[in-house]
Design a protein around this ligand. Sequence first.
Ligand SMILES: [Fe+2]
Length: 235
Amino acid sequence: MIDIHCHILHGVDDGAKDLEESVAMARIAYGDGIRDIIATPHFNESFLTTADIVHRKLDELQTELERQRIDVRLHPGNEVRLENKAFLGEHARNRTFSYLGRRAAHLLLEQRWKEYDADTPEIAERLLDAGIRPVLAHPERHYFFRDTPELLLRLIELGVWTQVSADSLIGSFGPDAQQFGKWLIEAGFVHAIATDAHNVNRKPNLSAGMSVFEELAGAKARADLEDRMSSIVRE
Ligand SMILES: [Fe+2]
C-alpha cells in the first residue's frame, strides 16, 4: 500500500522530531503493509517546509532506511494550506513547495480550519487547467464541509480528489468526522485514504482505514482506490 499523506520527515514541522522517530514510523508503516510513503510536511504560515528542505531530509531518511534495511520508498510532497489565494499563487509561481511524487501532477491541499476559502473552486479549476489535480486533505475533519456538503460536492464535480484520514474512520477525531467520512465512502466521494501520521503515537495505520473503506465500498472499490493512489507516484 501507499500512504500519500504522512509527516514522517524529521525536525521540520510537528511530525517526527528526529531521525530516530522517522525510522520508527517507517518500521510501523512497513509492519502495517505500507511500502511507499509520500512525505508531506506542512507548508503553511506556521511551518514553511520548502521543497529544497523536503528533498534534503527525504534523501537523509531514505539513506538511513536503506542502511537499516527497511523496505519503504519515500516520495517528495507537501501538505499545502490554502492560507489565501495570494499565498498559494505566489508560492506556486516561485516553486517553493513540492507537489506529490516526482511526477508532480497532484497537490495535497488543505483548507484553513476556521472557515472555508470561497476561492477554492476557482483555484481548483486553475490547477486542473495546468494539469495538476488537487487532492483535498481530510475534508471530513472540517466543520464547514460537514455542515454544508455541497461545498465539497462542487469541488469533486470539478475534478478535485478527496483524501479521508484513517484516524477519522476509526473514530480518533470524534463521531462527526467518523460519520461524515463513512458517508463520503458510501456515496462514492472518496479518492484516497491516508494516515496523516505525525509520530509513533499518531502512527501510520493505513490498514485500519482501508478495512473500513472495504467494508463500506467493497473489494473492487478498494482495488481501484489503491490503484488510483499508486498512480500518483507512477513515473
Ligand atoms: Fe497532515
